[in-house]
Write a protein that binds this ligand. Structure first.
Ligand SMILES: [Zn+2]
Length: 172
């Protein structure tokens, strides 16, 4: 069957697929999935709509852009030279909101892990992802020793809204 796209169109198409796949969230999702973790993505029912939710670990993950979320002492967080006070106020509001969501999640019994975009750039990526896996395993062990008598049971009403990640057939 002849290719309907011109070589230029084909290149554009492939480029857009590649850039979608290298989004920081996708890196984290693919790594976790390959390592056997199962999760839901963009869970609207939890405060802040976490990017990744690992129910078994009572853990949510946010992948934060360094600028919008104001990553302290990060070279990717530089306030623009114009309208500086506007941007400063805006980023501070975002930070405040992030903190509130984190507190709400904690009150609901969830651990929150923040991954910054700069930590997922090629040089740091492997270390960050391995560190994430270690942290999740630590959390699991802590949860397990704290709630030995209470086996893990998913709650139906929480499962309703959850959106399965593409290609993720695993249960949560
Ligand atoms: Zn950063």
């Amino acid at each position: 069957m002849p290719d309907k796209l011109s070589p230029e169109q084909r290149n554009r198409c492939m480029a857009s697929i590649r850039s979608k796949d290298t989004k920081p969230e996708m890196l984290v999702r693919r790594y976790l999935f390959a390592r056997g973790f199962r999760y839901r993505v963009n869970v609207k029912r939890l405060p802040g709509t976490p990017d990744i939710v690992l129910r078994k670990y009572r853990t949510v993950i946010f992948i934060n852009g360094c600028f919008w979320h104001g990553h302290e002492d990060c070279r990717y967080f530089v306030l623009p030279k114009t309208n500086t006070s506007f941007w400063k106020a805006k980023i501070n509001r975002n930070r405040e909101r992030d903190m509130q969501k984190r507190i709400q999640l904690r009150l609901l019994g969830w651990h929150t892990i923040i991954l910054w975009e700069c930590q997922l750039k090629p040089k740091q990526r492997e270390m960050t992802l391995k560190g994430l896996e270690r942290t999740l395993n630590q959390i699991y062990l802590e949860n397990y020793s704290l709630h030995k008598a209470r086996p893990y049971t998913p709650m139906e009403e929480e499962r309703g809204d959850m959106i399965a990640a593409e290609g993720d057939a695993g249960e949560l």
